[in-house]
Structure formats: C-alpha cells, structure tokens
Design a protein around this ligand. Structure first.
Ligand code: CLF
Ligand code: SF4
Length: 288
C-alpha cells in the first residue's frame, strides 16, 4: 500500500481533506438490508446525509461525469461509490463504473462504501480493480444490539429478521474486514452512533475491527431520516458531548476520523463543500 493511498484521500487523512476533493456517483439504488434509521426514499444514511435522493446514473453516465470533473477540479483525488443504496447490492453497475474510470486513469483512487453483507464475495474483484479504500458500516458486534439496529437482512434468497439477521450481517462484515486487511486494502469502519442502542458498545466495535486490521473508525452521529423507524419511534440523536465522549473512547484504541461531513451519494468537492449543483460542474444539465 503506497503512502499516497492515505495522503491523498480526504476521508483517510485529516490533513488531506484540506487539499484534496472526492466525488461520488449514485449508481447503486438497491439495498439488501433495512436499517432502522433508513428511509429508502433518501440516500443510504450509512455514508450520506438524508434529505434529497440522488439521481441514479448508469455506469456510462457516471464515468463520463467523473472524467469530465477530473478535468475541471484539480483537487479531485478520489472517486467513491456510496449509494444511494448498498453498492454491493448493485455490483454489476458499480464494478462497471469503477472499470470505466480506471480505464481512463489507472492511478485514480477508487473508494467503495458498503454495509458489508456481500463483501466477502467481492474481495477478488475489488483487488483486481485496484480499489484501495473500502468503508464498511458496522453498528454492532453483538447480535442482540444489532437486532435493534437492523429490521431485516436479505441474503442468498432468504429474508432474515431479528438476532439471526444481525448475526449473519455481523459475521459477514467481520469476515469481509479481515479479508480486506489480508489483501492489503485500507478499510475504514463507519458506525452510526445511536445513543440508547449502541453508544456504550462502540468501543467494543473499535476493539474488534482493530484486531482484524481495520485502518480507522468513523463514528457518525445518528441523523433521523423522516419516516424511518427510529424517527417514528421517537429515538433521539446524540448530543455534541455524547458524540465527543464516544469518539474519544474509541480514539484511545485506534485512529478515529473526526472530520466526516456525512455527505450525499452524489457529493462532489472538498469535504463540507458540495459542488454537485455548481453551474461549472454541471455537465449537459445532468445534475450530479
Ligand atoms: Fe466517499 Fe466515503 Fe470514500 Fe470518503 S465519503 S465513499 S470514504 S470518498 Fe468521507 Fe463523506 Fe464521511 Fe464518507 S466525509 S460520509 S467518510
Ligand atoms: Fe438504508 Fe441501511 Fe441500506 Fe443504507 S444500508 S440504504 S441506511 S437500509
């Protein structure tokens, strides 16, 4: 793994986010699980702010947008796919998009974000395409806690619920993280901090993924998607103090990302900026 894999990635290096930009393309509409914080009308909350659903592009449209943006945004160093559903539930479109971008520029940094359910099945393709960064969103390592985060998991033609669903998902996530580390691919773990559900448990998640070889842990405060189970049931978001305390506890175990901006599945620009609607970055009136 070259140093530039970290030094030029705005999410993997706090320093890099002052100098380098990322671009997402929304080519992944389907999902294979249901999180209790999700409203499927919005982007995947695991890596995105809910609010407006991203316009889904074909791989060809997305690759065109990336190539076009590369020529106009010199700080652009990373192309990521993070939704609006789960990228690995849309593997054909996602890998085709990555392939098209890498054919244009084999050295461009490719980044993938997933809930991890299908990850073990795709390590070979991820490696072969030269994807150097993978984020896995893991909210629990204990199935009893996971059962309060996930409503259902659809795997291999079978619908799972409750602890059985959470156990299956967690086992697949842990296996995927271990396989990524063995393949030399940088793995960041994202977690959504849900105060009464996993707030006290996230340090255990940090400890577990560190042992498996993950690179960093990004703990994001819950955002209540209107219409989600948590919103309907009156769950609350963490206070600033609670977020800081949970991040601090995990940072004593492994590096913690504190500059995440919970960006959309079609975000473009430096973290915190979203140029996706900027007139000089709109190609052929297709918003991205
Ligand atoms: Fe995108 Fe995610 Fe790659 Fe970054 S975002 S797929 S790792 S290139 Fe970054 Fe945005 Fe936070 Fe994600 S600030 S939501 S951590
Ligand atoms: Fe929604 Fe969870 Fe699927 Fe993301 S992974 S689209 S938050 S159900």
């Amino acid at each position: 793994m070259s140093d530039s894999a970290v030094l030029k990635h705005p999410c993997y290096s706090e320093q890099a986010h002052h100098h380098f930009a990322r671009m997402h393309a929304a080519v992944a509409p389907k999902c294979n699980i249901r999180c209790n914080y999700c409203n499927p009308k919005f982007d995947c909350v695991n890596e995105s702010r809910p609010g407006v659903v991203s316009q889904v592009l074909s791989p060809e449209e997305a690759a065109d947008q990336v190539v076009w943006t590369m020529s106009r945004l010199p700080q652009l160093s990373v192309f990521g796919i993070a939704g609006p559903g789960d990228p690995l539930a849309n593997a054909d479109a996602v890998f085709r998009t990555f392939r098209l971008v890498s054919e244009h520029d084999p050295d461009f940094h490719l980044c993938l974000s997933t809930n991890g359910l299908m990850l073990p099945d795709y390590i070979e393709q991820i490696t072969e395409l030269g994807i150097r960064h993978v984020t896995v969103t893991m909210n629990a390592v204990d199935p009893a806690i996971g059962a309060r985060v996930y409503e259902k998991v659809f795997y291999d033609g079978v619908l799972y619920n409750g602890e059985e669903a959470a156990r299956l998902l967690i086992n697949r996530q842990l296996l995927g993280i271990e396989m990524l580390a063995k393949a030399g691919i940088l793995c960041k773990v994202n977690s959504v901090h849900i105060p009464e559900v996993n707030g006290e448990h996230l340090a255990e998640v940090t400890r577990t993924v560190k042992k498996l070889g993950a690179f960093s842990h990004n703990i994001m405060p819950l955002i209540l998607s209107p219409g989600s189970f948590y919103a309907k049931q009156g769950y609350r978001v963490p206070t600033g103090e609670e977020s800081a305390a949970v991040q601090q506890a995990s940072s004593e175990i492994m590096p913690v990302m504190r500059h995440c901006r919970q960006c959309r599945a079609d975000a473009v620009g430096m973290l915190g900026d979203d140029l996706s609607q900027a007139p000089d970055l709109i190609q052929n009136a297709v918003l991205f």
